[in-house]
Design a protein. Structure first.
Length: 718
């Protein structure tokens, strides 16, 4: 295709169009669900305009599209479909609607994945089409619907790429810019051939990413280990003198600018790391972090895999980026992350190749589809229900606890604590059973044909990725309010059972009234020991409860999938949204305020310095946190300016990782700056901060999230 004439290109263009025939509604009605989805996607791809401007470096437009309803509108729709399929436990699972309405549970499955872009740029689109055509001839008849759908979406992608080429050709005739001509030539080539150089590899990834985002209708589609799979193209270009290092940096920066078009997109790029202990950092590792410093946007999210042999120049660049205040990069401990993925059933080889999807979810890129937002569970809400006779203190809605207990009859903290554990276990099991049942119907109602073409194993099996078509098919339960629960239990043990300052029944009354008229007892609650200060009494509660939760997941079995249940200890923004739905708590937190973020201490409650925070976190075994976790630390903006401070933090991180820490991330902004940004948002509209597992423009966040970030303990230069 390298030297096609104008007529030959037009013939190819028309040939591709003929493969995506326009079908009538009657014809569509007789096709399978996945084929109907594929035709709808193809129509969207082909009807949606393509634009090329004279200053464009790459073709493609990333953003949140509304291609079609690829996922259920809500859990009610999921349950209605489940009932249509005669699930025997559907009425029990309908209780999850109440759980959602009171802030106990939320669910946002699907979408979160890392397509196998590494395989795409190695093989090219046409290779996929040829494999599918072969399978259509040699597979069982019930798989032909899948292959027909795959062929439609991939041919539609080819035609859209050619449309970009034609648009670039038009633009070039007007502006005569070399960059536009390069877009034209690259798009013509990659339509039916695998990329020849770094530029074409990036262009193909961007256009594939555009299509996945359109299908998903949301963000969190991530790029995996970009510096690893692009490096062979870069190295070859450099050795053959087709590109300079400066040009490579400019190319990566242009790539970053394209990704940044989709604000709040949770598009993660994973950098660095090791392969069985061998350092794998390279020039692109540095270029990617440089690009974040240049573009200064909330996208892409940047994750850095850390290991004991990580080079000094990578550490220096990481601290330079952290000092910028954008919250990048988040740092991961290779050793623990690999163990966590292996404990989730991932092979050793694939575990060593882990990357990050969305916020902080560990994933075997291109090979794992685990509904990483399949369920999120508010641990503090359980405690509220126990202290309020099973009723939500804000809505009055009732929830059936597995044990009905009178507070006046509980005589020891051990008795109360065991009751909490029973309720935690009961609801966790209910969640596991529910999301297992719900997940199996995605292949029937919400298949994703284009993403399936980009995931390894799907073409070979003839199965959509939602039907366990890829290699690893886990499910996930994420947790909210962990420190809030531990701090609250500590306050109950101290004030009710040790010091006997208040009874459980009276405590319940105080919480119902949101501390109005009870300011002194609230001060007592706030003064009780808090997680994050290296105090064993409260840290041990976090350890016990997380280990209990992991044990529950590890013994739960699935009926409809081939994987395991994974634990996630990150909250994204849900510590704020679920906090709004949660009443006052025994730790002194008022009703509707944000809960503790991820596995971090409650905002402002860590008083003994960063070392104490890390010591508290290191009490927890993180080798089973296979869906990731977050530990936030906040420093003043000037802290990282001095080399001695950066060295101290590096040693602190290394010690934390040596003791079993999985992840850590930083905000490097002054409280005064955040307060000014809240007061005058127009002046600070480009201020990017770390929330909990992701970075975002501060002024775009809800007020409760802004306040929670402001309240976080700020470590200063000593």
């Amino acid at each position: 295709m390298e030297r096609l004439t104008g007529n030959e290109k037009e013939t190819l263009y028309n040939d591709l169009r003929s493969k995506i025939i326009i079908v009538t509604e009657e014809e569509l009605a007789n096709k399978s669900v996945i084929e109907r989805k594929a035709y709808a996607e193809a129509a969207f791809y082909l009807m949606n305009e393509v634009d090329i401007y004279e200053d464009d470096i790459f073709a493609g437009k990333l953003g949140k599209y509304n291609c079609l309803d690829m996922y259920p509108r809500n859990i009610e729709q999921e349950l209605d479909y489940l009932e249509e399929r005669h699930c025997e436990n559907v009425q029990e699972y309908r209780s999850m609607i109440t759980a959602q309405n009171i802030g106990l549970f939320t669910r946002a499955p699907g979408a979160h994945a890392i397509p196998a872009y590494d395989m795409l740029i190695q093989n090219g689109i046409q290779n996929y089409i040829e494999r599918i055509r072969y399978c259509m001839v040699h597979v069982e008849s019930d798989q032909k619907h899948f292959y027909a759908a795959e062929l439609v979406v991939l041919c539609a992608m080819q035609e859209r790429i050619l449309r970009y080429a034609k648009e670039a050709e038009k633009c070039h005739k007007i502006c005569n810019q070399k960059n536009v001509k390069r877009i034209k030539e690259a798009c013509e080539w990659i339509t039916c051939n695998k990329p020849r150089d770094l530029y074409e590899a990036i262009q193909l990834i961007l256009l594939a990413h555009e299509h996945v985002l359109a299908e998903a209708g949301s963000g969190s589609i991530s790029f995996g280990r970009l510096d690893q799979y692009l490096y062979p193209f870069y190295k070859r270009d450099l050795s053959e003198k087709r590109i300079s290092k400066i040009e490579a940096q400019e190319m990566i920066t242009a790539f970053w600018q394209k990704i940044a078009e989709y604000e709040m997109g949770w598009q993660n790029v994973t950098l660095g790391g090791s392969g069985s202990g061998v350092d794998m950092c390279n020039d692109l590792t540095i270029y990617c972090m440089n690009s974040s410093l240049i573009v200064k946007a909330d996208q892409p999210q940047v994750s850095l895999r850390v290991h004991k042999n990580m080079p000094d120049n990578v550490w220096r660049k990481a601290f330079e980026l952290i000092q910028s205040g954008m919250g990048f990069p988040e740092l991961y401990n290779d050793e623990v992350a690999v163990k966590a993925k292996m404990n989730a059933g991932i092979s050793k080889e694939d575990a060593w190749n882990y990357s990050i999807v969305g916020c902080v979810e560990l994933s075997a890129g291109g090979k794992e589809y685990s509904h990483t937002e399949g369920a999120r569970f508010n641990w503090l809400k359980i405690l509220e229900l126990m202290l309020n006779e099973g009723k939500c203190s804000l809505t009055g809605l009732e929830w059936t606890l597995t044990e009905k207990r009178k507070l006046s009859e509980i005589n020891s903290f051990h008795e109360f604590y065991e009751w909490y554990k029973t309720e935690l276990k009961h609801f966790t099991v209910l969640i596991c059973n529910c999301i297992d049942e719900l997940s199996q119907q995605y292949a029937y109602y919400w298949p994703v044909p284009f993403l399936s073409s980009m995931m390894q194993g799907c073409i070979e099996k003839g199965k959509d990725v939602t039907a366990c078509g890829t290699i690893y098919n886990n499910l996930t339960v994420d947790c909210v309010g962990v420190a809030s629960v531990a701090d609250s239990l500590e306050a109950i043990e101290t004030l009710v059972f040790k010091e006997k300052l208040i009874s459980l029944s009276d405590l319940a009354v105080v919480l119902k009234r949101n501390f109005e008229g009870f300011e002194l007892i609230r001060e007592k609650m706030i003064s009780c020991s808090k997680y994050g200060n290296d105090i064993s009494s409260v840290d041990s509660k976090v350890k016990e409860l997380t280990e209990l939760f992991i044990d529950i997941l590890s013994t739960a079995s699935m009926k409809h999938r081939e994987g395991k249940y994974q634990a996630g200890f990150y909250t994204s923004y849900f510590h704020a949204t679920m906090g709004k739905m949660t009443g006052a708590s025994p730790d002194g937190r008022k009703a509707e305020e944000a809960l503790s973020s991820s596995l971090s201490p409650m905002a402002g409650m860590d008083k003994n310095g960063p070392t104490a925070v890390l010591n508290s976190a290191n009490n927890i075994s993180m080798e089973y946190f296979s869906n990731g976790m977050v530990l936030d630390l906040k420093f003043t903006a000037d802290f990282f300016e001095q080399e001695k401070h950066r060295r101290v933090i590096q040693l602190l991180i290394e010690e934390y990782f040596d003791k079993g820490g999985l992840e850590i991330q930083f905000n490097a902004l002054n409280k005064e700056t955040l307060l000014k940004a809240k007061k005058e948002p127009l002046k600070y509209r480009n201020l990017v901060v770390r929330v909990s597992g992701f970075s975002a423009y501060f002024v775009a966040l809800e007020e409760s999230l802004q306040d929670e970030i402001i309240r976080r303990t700020e470590h200063k230069v000593s």
